[in-house]
Write a protein that binds this ligand. Sequence first.
Ligand SMILES: CC(=O)N[C@@H](CC(=O)O)C(=O)O
Ligand SMILES: [Zn+2]
Length: 314
Amino acid sequence: MSSYNNNNVRLNAARRVAVFGGTHGNEMSGVTLVNLWMKNSAEIQRKGVATKPFITNPKAVEKCSRYVDTDLNRAFTAENLSAPSGEDLPYEVQRAQEINKMFGPKGSPDAYDVIFDLHNTTSNMGSTLILESSKDHFNLQMMNYIKKALAPASCLVLLNEHPLLKYSTSRSVAKHPVGLEVGPQPQGVLRSNIFDSMRVIIKHALDFIELFNEGVEFPPCTVEVFRVLERVDYPRDANGNIIAMVHPNLQDCDWEPLNPGDPMFQTFDGKTIHYQGPGTVYPTFINEAAYYEKQQAFVTTKRETLVACAVKKA
Ligand SMILES: CC(=O)N[C@@H](CC(=O)O)C(=O)O
Ligand SMILES: [Zn+2]
């Protein structure tokens, strides 16, 4: 039956996989895990897959800062990747071009199959996998596999397909880009619980790829995701200075429903600013340190259930 065929996706084996750390040089779990795996990669190798651990922004890691000239995780635009190379380009743009040569070219058949990019957040998000497409059935099946393997611990999926808020990530070079964001952890700090959570998710993800390459068929399933809706900035004065903080009722409440009329910000003189949207949203990246410069106090999401087709190696 044709409907059966339509719902049954056959894909090439995922033979080339990379694990990126240090896309942001002050997010220490990924930096530390990748450095560990560069010394001995046994833990991330699987039958029928070559996994390459890679530090994407070594200068930022050296300085323990998010970036040197510009955010590497916004730098993989068509414009940057095709710019005439040279010393005068911002460091991260040069680096994006190098990474695109090694792991891409982005959008081409030669690109790596899967790139996991390891991040930490100062927000209380727990373990979050980040997807860039609702139509990538391989990745959706991987999300389902990881969630099941991890239970009763949980791992949520953030889907950023927003036409304006989507950005050009390091992992976007791969055919199947996967972000892994684990928090809360301060910038420049290592916390063992966060480190362990990140490590075990990568373990399950690589197990999935091994099974897929061995020819295991993954039956149709559904995956709950949180789709990025809107960026919410801090209230500011005419000079652009922040005049309020995340309200104590919202602080640390990532993924919990925010309803119209709920407290959202607290001004320095103690006034409450309420959420005014049309309906319930699920905020996340609440009070992320790196997002002050991006004029973002949090992002709103809506819950959605996606259907993943069966996938099997061609
Ligand atoms: C806190 C942080 O760096 N978050 C990542 C999320 C992602 O990888 O999509 C970023 O803004 O690039
Ligand atoms: Zn990051």
